[in-house]
Design a protein around this ligand. Sequence first.
Ligand code: NAP
Length: 282
Amino acid sequence: MKENSRIDVLITGGTGRLGSIVTRLLRTKGWECLSLDRKEFDVTDYDGMARIIEIFHPPLIIHTGGYTDVDGAERDWRQAMAVNFVGTENLARICQNEGCELLYLSTDYVFDGEKESPYYEEDEPNPINLYGWSKLGGEYAILSRLKHYYIIRTSFLFGARGDFIDRILTGIKSGRLSFVPGNFAAPTYYPDLAKAIVELITTRRYGIYHLSNQGFCSRYRFATAVLNRLGIDVEIIPMPPPRDMAPRPHYSVLSSSRWQKSGLKPLRFWQDALHHYLTDFH
Ligand SMILES: NC(=O)c1ccc[n+]([C@@H]2O[C@H](COP(=O)([O-])OP(=O)(O)OC[C@H]3O[C@@H](n4cnc5c(N)ncnc54)[C@H](OP(=O)(O)O)[C@@H]3O)[C@@H](O)[C@H]2O)c1
């Protein structure tokens, strides 16, 4: 990308699962994207980022990059905080100085899962793992500095390499699958989320949104749906959580009602998205 090129949007985590899908989609729609990976645009490096922003002046940054290993964050919490909290704060400071809009991806894991009915944007966050705290820190950093921001809390993403479906298919090779029961959430298809992001950024309706595909299920039910669709007969065994596994909210279903009330298109049911993905790509 030449230094004097016009840029419509800068995407962090450009080689990540969501980042690469969002980049591809925006480019097909004619957006000039500067999509950068961690080496090119490390959110823990304030000065390095500031230099790039000063050169390209993107009016919008879509921040899909992040420390995303939920279990790893319990051991490696300094890195999780450095990337998700301090890194997002760095970006928010730069956006404040340069007048850019910022879109940040957050998570259902900001909630403790005690509510047992869908979570609204107004519900009080109370993470029960360090990944959740680090992502919530990123939200607070944005709220305290910016007016022109979008925060999308989403959940249980599937439909790209290395996702839960890939882990199921790898597990099958050992002849049996085991899952910790519970963890009810709304599965969300990466390409559906990417489309929704593209829709949102043209509205200038700033704020926090909960967004997932419609419906919800446990990881166990999701795995069963995948196996049924693929015609694979393997026993799924419930197992206790391994000792090094981060605690997860028992129930973290997000209500997308604010999204819909804002006139934005609801995502389809997760079963339809899963069917589409497995039919097209497996
Ligand atoms: N996956 C889910 O189920 C889920 C659910 C809710 C919310 N989210 C959020 O959605 C976003 C996208 O998730 P995803 O599934 O696409 O994650 P992903 O595939 O793990 O991608 C994350 C990207 O962030 C990059 N990254 C890591 N450290 C960075 C740093 N210091 N500076 C800049 N980039 C850095 C990674 O680069 P390297 O590969 O080089 O490390 C990777 O390309 C994340 O913010 C995540 O927290 C995900």
